[in-house]
Design a protein around this ligand. Structure first.
Ligand code: 9D3
Length: 240
């Protein structure tokens, strides 16, 4: 039994698993650590042209996904899955954060509706208690790539997907360790000199205390330069 299963509703089922069929995620999928079910919304349309959208009441540009067609698809998708969460990928949703991802991985089943066109009929979202999720303040062409991002962020937290659990500890958005809340320090590997560029001397010194201090200072400098929001929160937590 998979630790976590995703049921996707989309008019572009061939976009899944896409990149998640490769690398660590792909291996974990093949091993059954996580599962993926993809439903084509168009299969639930009842007219001969398999129509899934219609013009917006009140006028305006673009098309809206129909509540009746989506309801048939969602009812099929959610059958026999108790306590599952329904997410609707939407530019007006709650922003996805690492904290939100950690909450999502506590669920065995996530149903994810991927919108196209201008969006979906509001009544469908109300009737099914859908939670709207955005992956950031930029405009995509539809919810499918956003769903892939969300799923990737979830499955890498499942035991057995990433080989080395230690690597999860010291992440920028993690909450443990001295680098918590900071962006990553610069990384180097061999060769020690490349195109006239040398690796910082301290990293070759073998002095672990000095290395630790240098990395922390670099992480702080980079965070301060690039992410005022993270820097303010880091200072508030560290009281520095
Ligand atoms: C005219 C108003 N537009 C909203 C910004 C309409 C609109 C644009 C793009 C409606 C849907 C979309 C498609 N985007 C998504 O489905 C989407 C999305 C995104 O565009 N940005 C960040 N997260 C997400 S999650 C789903």
């Amino acid at each position: 039994m998979p630790l976590m299963s995703f049921t996707l509703l989309t008019i572009f089922p061939e976009m899944f698993p896409g990149p998640l069929g490769h690398s660590l995620a792909g291996r974990a999928l093949a091993e059954g650590i996580w599962g993926l079910d993809v439903l084509n919304i168009r299969d639930f349309a009842t007219d001969k042209h398999h129509t899934v959208d219609d013009r917006p009441f009140g006028g305006g540009a673009g098309m809206v996904m129909r509540a009746d067609v989506l309801d048939a698809a969602l009812t099929a998708a959610r059958a026999g899955k108790e306590g599952e969460r329904l997410l609707y990928m939407s530019p007006r949703g709650r922003p996805l954060t690492q904290k939100a991802v950690k909450s999502l991985v506590n669920y065995k089943n996530l149903t994810i509706l991927c919108g196209r066109f201008e969006g979906v009929d509001e009544r469908l979202l109300e009737a099914h208690g859908a939670e709207e999720v955005s992956i950031g303040d930029y405009v995509l062409s539809g919810g499918e790539l956003a769903a892939l991002v969300l799923i990737d962020a979830c499955i890498r937290l499942l035991p057995g997907v990433i080989g080395e659990p230690l690597a999860l500890e010291e992440e920028s958005f993690g909450d443990a360790g001295e680098y918590a809340g900071l962006l990553e320090y610069p990384l180097y590997t061999r060769p020690a000199e490349w195109n006239g560029r040398k690796v910082p001397e301290v990293l070759l010194s073998g002095n672990h205390e000095e290395i630790r201090r240098w990395r922390l200072e670099e992480a702080r400098r980079i965070t301060q330069e690039r992410r005022e929001d993270l820097w303010e929160r880091y200072k508030a937590v560290k009281k520095t």
